[in-house]
Write a protein that binds this ligand. Structure first.
Ligand code: ABU
Length: 369
């Protein structure tokens, strides 16, 4: 390629920032919705076993290394498209990542692996104010996942968005604890994790935004070094606070605490026994038990995907349509609920919050905690 083939980034500064989101509930203007095309099932391995339910091992043993079964992809894809169309009708600009073939084996100096998917923008990208962060991730199968979003990121960059990419860990053997076992996730009162602190790692979904304050948890994909890296790089005016809950196998905070509106927090009754002091002034709704049984097609996740809700604004929530107890509880708490079909996406390990990343919400930076 000659230099003349390379497009020079032309930066246009819009009157409103192209990337701007400070919390989970301001009015949603632009969102990325994931895609499942090209998704590959990772082989059952040590880091996956740290959080995937043991009952799902058969799925990974049968399909590991192969494309997801086509019927699972088609059904989920239909629901992602329906969600996108619904959001457009609600006045939200929807962007989609590129479709990549994650069944290609990639090799680094330390390992070889196939990929996973571009289904969960929430895991990969985090918008803090005017900056979009690309997470380094901690699974080998997710090492190149952010490239499905690169064209979008370049577009935001050209339009004046700030974009930061965290340093990726090598994901060499030395990064994982060979002695970690999900059966011994707490030793002498200390939570154990499959990743160590030798390198920086985090998934964006271990962070949740409350305006000037961002809460983050250590997990099997996010270490203290990753939280510290974010603390040093968030734009001026934001602070990152580490919190810990009672999920013994944490991976992603968005089925543990979900802020829905200023002062209103949905919490997981199994994993939140003690509220961190920083949230003491917030009104709490303990989530009703999930409708979907744990041992159904939930290959990557707990059954608390029921809590994985996207806020359209501080009054309106998008919720999976069959989660009736949740819909009733939220309606009773004063919210308007837009039910959408999303059950067929659950086998990929997330629901509506995971499948989306808000790139722009109106509103200004404020303190709520
Ligand atoms: N990725 C969100 C799923 C977290 C959970 O297993 O509850």
């Amino acid at each position: 390629m000659s230099d003349s083939d390379v497009e020079t980034p032309t930066v246009s500064h819009l009157s409103a920032p192209v990337v701007w989101s400070c919390n989970e509930w301001d009015p949603l203007e632009e969102v990325i919705v994931g895609v499942v095309d090209g998704a590959t099932v990772p082989p059952w391995n040590h880091s996956l076993a740290a959080t995937a339910p043991a009952h799902a091992a058969w799925f990974f043993e049968k399909y590991g290394g192969s494309a997801f079964p086509q019927d699972i992809i088609s059904n989920a894809s239909r629901e992602l498209d329906a969600l996108s169309n619904r959001l457009v009708k609600l006045g939200v600009k929807v962007r989609r990542p590129d479709i990549l073939d994650f069944n290609k084996e990639v090799t680094t100096p330390w390992w070889s692996s196939k990929g996973l998917y571009a289904a969960m923008p929430r895991d990969v990208l985090l918008v803090v104010g005017d900056t979009i962060f690309e997470a380094p991730m901690a699974w080998r199968s997710r090492y190149f996942e952010s490239y499905a979003f690169r064209n979008l990121l370049m577009d935001y960059f050209r339009k004046g968005g700030r974009w930061l990419t965290a340093p990726k860990p090598t994901m060499a053997e030395t990064f994982y604890d060979p002695n970690y076992s999900p059966d011994r996730a707490i030793i002498e009162g200390q939570k154990q994790f499959v990743i160590n602190e030798s390198e920086i790692a985090f998934d964006a979904a271990d962070f949740v935004r409350f305006g000037t304050d961002i809460l983050a948890q250590k997990s099997n994909v996010t270490n203290a070094a990753g939280i510290e890296w974010m603390r040093r790089h968030v734009p001026s005016g934001f602070s990152v606070h580490e919190v810990e809950f009672d999920d013994e196998h944490p991976m992603h905070i968005d089925t543990t605490i979900v802020p829905l509106a200023p002062g209103k927090l949905l919490v997981n009754p199994n994993w939140v026994n003690t509220m961190p002091d920083i949230l003491a002034s917030w009104e709490i709704l303990r989530a009703p038990p999930p409708v979907k049984p744990y041992d159904s097609a939930l290959y990557f996740s707990s059954d608390w995907l029921t809590m994985n809700i996207l806020s359209l604004d501080e009054k309106t929530l998008i919720v999976e349509e069959q989660e009736t107890p949740m819909i009733e509880a939220l309606t009773g708490w004063g919210f308007d609920v837009i039910p959408v079909p999303f059950r067929n996406f659950y086998p990929f390990g997330g629901s509506i919050h995971c499948a989306t990343t808000d790139v722009r919400r109106s509103g200004s930076l404020k303190s709520y905690l």
